[in-house]
Design a protein around this ligand. Structure first.
Ligand SMILES: Nc1ncnc2c1ncn2[C@@H]1O[C@H](COP(=O)(O)OP(=O)(O)OP(=O)(O)O)[C@@H](O)[C@H]1O
Length: 235
């Protein structure tokens, strides 16, 4: 009989917020191991806040039990990254190795290999020496995802990685994410694209900071749930 592996992260009564204002209140949720979990919900539902709590960049109360080794990698929304960051595409992707090497140490062969592989996957090798500020929004998005991939983190957190990306870039990002789970990593991805979200292994549907539903995307992202959550209300 096959047993279900323990989740990579189990959340229980997790609360988080900003300057004393609570915006996230997750009673219970799980992030399955070696799988792609998509986090969906209307604007302001608390998706980025949940990712920040999982990344540990935002303090939270409650129990957030992690069963993966190493540090998680967080790829923020590209709107959260200064456009004029004074570095090249290669430098930006290489920053992904800082957690392991430190910012000032020389890159080793393994670092260069991880950077090369991530840049190839996102098809940004041709831009390696371009300034990040000279790229389009969609190209910059691919650089951020490549920076996340180079970290080889067991938990990869992506906040709307395909926002502003064209169909080809979306496919590259989706394929890169799938390769991560095939290689035994756990990925959590915030998305506004319901079609893309339906392709995930697991789904957390957030509404007003709480879990509205969780489970297989086919069971969670029903027409009824979508109509209910995305229909503007008077309150
Ligand atoms: N730095 C911050 N300071 C204060 N309030 C914040 C901050 N960041 C987010 N919030 C508030 O927390 C709530 C949840 O925001 P969050 O960014 O997590 O939502 P989201 O689901 O990711 O939204 P979107 O789909 O628009 O990206 C919102 O009401 C937002 O105004």
């Amino acid at each position: 009989m096959s047993s279900v592996p323990p989740p990579a992260v189990a959340l229980s009564q997790v609360r988080a917020g900003y300057r004393g204002k609570q915006v996230l209140d997750v009673a219970a949720a799980e992030i399955p191991r070696n799988a792609l979990t998509t986090v969906v919900g209307p604007n302001g539902a608390g998706k980025s806040t949940l990712l920040a709590a999982l990344a540990g960049t935002l303090p939270s109360n409650g129990a957030l039990r992690s069963r993966y080794s190493g540090r998680p990698a967080l790829v923020p929304q590209h709107s959260a990254v200064p456009e004029a960051l004074p570095c090249t595409v290669f430098d930006a992707v290489a920053m992904g190795r800082w957690a392991e090497r430190g910012p000032w140490r020389k890159l080793k062969t393994a670092d260069r290999e991880a950077i090369r592989e991530a840049m190839d996957r996102l098809e940004i090798t041709a831009f390696a020496n371009r300034r990040l500020s000279a790229l389009s929004g969609g190209q910059r998005q691919r650089v951020l995802v490549a920076q996340g991939l180079t970290q080889h983190a067991n938990l990869l957190l992506l906040d709307e990685p395909d926002a502003g990306a064209d169909p080809h870039a979306r496919r590259l990002i989706a394929e890169a994410v799938r390769a991560e789970t095939r290689e035994g990593r756990t990925v959590v991805q915030v998305s506004h694209d319901i079609t893309e979200a339906r392709r995930a292994d697991h789904c957390l549907l957030l509404h007003r900071g709480r879990i509205h539903a969780t489970g297989h995307p086919g069971d969670v992202l029903t027409d009824a749930a979508i109509n209910e959550l995305w229909t503007p209300r008077a309150d």
